[in-house]
Ligand binder design. Structure first.
Ligand code: ATP
Length: 250
């Protein structure tokens, strides 16, 4: 039985390390000396007020072209700083953007298939649509529906499903709860929990809705005006209500 108690190194290693990251739009600096190391195989919530820099941090990690940045970003110890988004996707870093970007001229099945490219580029086996539907069963009845005929919650599920098709090792989700009704959030929460548990994937999920994020995450990072002001476990965060009052209350 002792063997079963040994941590699995693949699960416990933290794949991403970011340090000394400064990011800019033009001359305006938005991130200041950011360091973050999401825990491998777990969900980390990146919390912060509107405009705190959550999207910019996720975009910096994912190689978005519109963010100018200086700093050190490593994936499994290798520098990935400066690589464009498509190369990073090949290395398993996939962003689910806040606006979801579902293509209206394709069916849900067609949108999901687009996600395969990240895996193929990185010579990994893509997930199948059946794999994705098993993790996110709400997608099944939508498969033949056109991309324009989806509610916000359906679009979010499909955007996550499309990212999964690329078999990411690091999944970045930008404010998945945005604009969704409470009943839809329950489904979304269940879906993200299921994939986190079944795939032991490293997930960094930004949220303004901290109640939603706390229903999913094991770890919390808070960003305030472009600076990381807290990193700890979910329990450390919830037992210190001053953190939410100081950095998250509007
Ligand atoms: P939100 O919850 O509103 O998405 P956020 O925490 O994700 O907020 P960011 O979107 O990263 O915050 O924005 C951080 C700062 O950068 C804000 O002051 C914002 O106005 C600015 N900003 C964001 N995108 C751009 C851009 N493309 N060009 C210039 N400034 C930008």
């Amino acid at each position: 039985m002792a063997e079963a108690m040994q941590p699995d190194p693949a699960r416990t290693q933290n794949p991403l390390t970011v340090s000394g990251l400064n990011a800019y739009y033009g001359r305006a600096q938005v991130l200041f000396d950011v360091a973050i190391e999401p825990v491998g195989g777990a969900v980390t919530a990146l919390l912060g007020r509107n405009g705190a820099g959550k999207t910019t941090l996720l975009k910096s990690i994912a190689g978005a072209a519109d963010v100018r940045k200086i700093g050190d970003i490593r994936l499994n110890g290798r520098p990935i700083y400066g690589l464009p988004a498509h190369k990073l996707a090949g290395h398993g870093v996939v962003l689910v953007p806040e606006d979801r970007r579902i293509l209206g001229n394709l069916s849900v099945r067609g949108n999901l298939r687009l996600g395969r490219h990240a895996a193929l580029r990185g010579k990994r086996e893509p997930m199948t649509i059946d794999d994705v539907v098993e993790l996110l069963p709400n997608i099944r009845p939508l498969l033949d529906r056109g991309g324009t005929r989806l509610s916000g919650g359906e679009q979010q599920m499909v955007a996550i499903g499309r990212a999964l098709m690329g078999r990411p090792s690091l999944l970045l989700m930008d404010e998945p709860s945005t604009g969704l009704a409470p009943v839809v959030l329950d489904d979304l929460r269940a879906g993200i929990l299921r994939l986190a548990e079944k795939l032991s994937m490293t997930i960094l999920l930004s949220e303004q809705n901290s109640a939603f994020a706390l229903g999913i995450c094991a770890h919390v990072v808070i960003i305030d005006r472009g600076r990381i002001v807290f990193a700890g476990t979910r329990d450390e965060f919830v037992t210190d209500p001053e953190l939410a009052r100081k950095y998250l209350a509007v």
